[in-house]
Design a protein around this ligand. Structure first.
Ligand SMILES: [Zn+2]
Length: 264
């Protein structure tokens, strides 16, 4: 399903998949992919570089990415997802995209991958090049230095932290794209997702949480724009079934699906 967007690339991706079971955590899954540590730079993930280079493996025999999956949750594994089940396929697309580079290395204090504080160069994700405040000022300079006056932007709430890549903006009516920046920094959720609290984004794949029931598995124009900005310039727009999914998703909501949102 996700590969249909990447038909112009050829790579075999290897993942370590860790299964666990918790009924108390409200986490559904998490995922990532490592990168080289080069202070003062913006790095592709190993998965990302393997795709963009059509198969050149930057990290050798080690797995390219890792996915952690909570099988203690109630999952709908097929295309028939009950109102009290979480949509396995939607969440799988979401997690894989994190490993593809749809993720920030920013930490709550403005440090990057290796914990260097604002003012000192650190290693960042390609995604981080495009982080701005509401006025369009970049949080991290080309030299890989986080601007110490911008730490508060990370927890400024809806509309404070934006993704300002050209393709994402073009798909968003010319406006920068709201990223998730709740007032209390949420490790693993803040900065690396579309803003859950922006109405137009609430049901998209790359927000930080999801409702139960069948969800869209189709990437929006904004999500495709972000993927282009982080390097996937030959991504394909995908075929039809999207509308059918959206309609079914809407139907379940009308029928009273649980509106609990779980974290992904
Ligand atoms: Zn996520």
């Amino acid at each position: 399903m996700l590969g249909a967007y990447f038909t112009n690339y050829t790579a075999t991706l290897d993942y370590d998949v860790v299964s666990y079971s918790s009924t108390t955590l409200n986490t559904l899954a998490s995922a990532g992919s490592g990168s080289f540590v080069v202070p003062g730079s913006f790095q592709q993930t190993f998965v990302q570089s393997k795709i963009l280079s059509n198969g050149v493996d930057a990290n050798g025999t080690a797995a390219d990415g890792e996915i952690n999956w909570n099988f203690g949750q109630n999952w709908g594994l097929t295309d028939n997802v009950a109102a009290n089940e979480f949509d396995f396929k939607k969440v799988a697309v979401h997690e894989l995209l994190h490993s593809f580079g749809f993720a920030s290395y920013t930490q709550s204090d403005g440090a990057g991958l290796t914990g260097q504080l604002p003012g000192t160069a650190d290693t960042w994700a390609i995604f981080d090049q495009f982080l701005t405040d509401a006025s369009g000022n970049r949080l991290i300079s080309n030299a890989g230095i986080f601007n110490s006056s911008q730490v508060a932007t990370l927890t400024g709430g809806s509309g404070s932290l934006l993704f300002s890549g050209a393709n994402a903006k073009a798909a968003n009516g010319g406006a920068s794209v709201n990223l998730y920046a709740p007032a209390i920094y949420a490790d693993g959720s803040s900065t690396s997702h579309l803003d859950d609290d922006t109405l137009a984004f609430a049901d998209l794949i790359m927000t930080s949480s999801t409702y139960a029931g069948l969800q869209t598995r189709t990437l929006s124009g904004v999500e495709l724009g972000i993927l282009k900005d982080i390097g996937y310039t030959n991504i394909s727009a995908v075929p039809e079934p999207s509308m059918a999914w959206l309609m079914l998703g809407g139907l379940f909501v009308v029928l009273g699906a649980a509106r609990r949102r779980n974290i992904l």
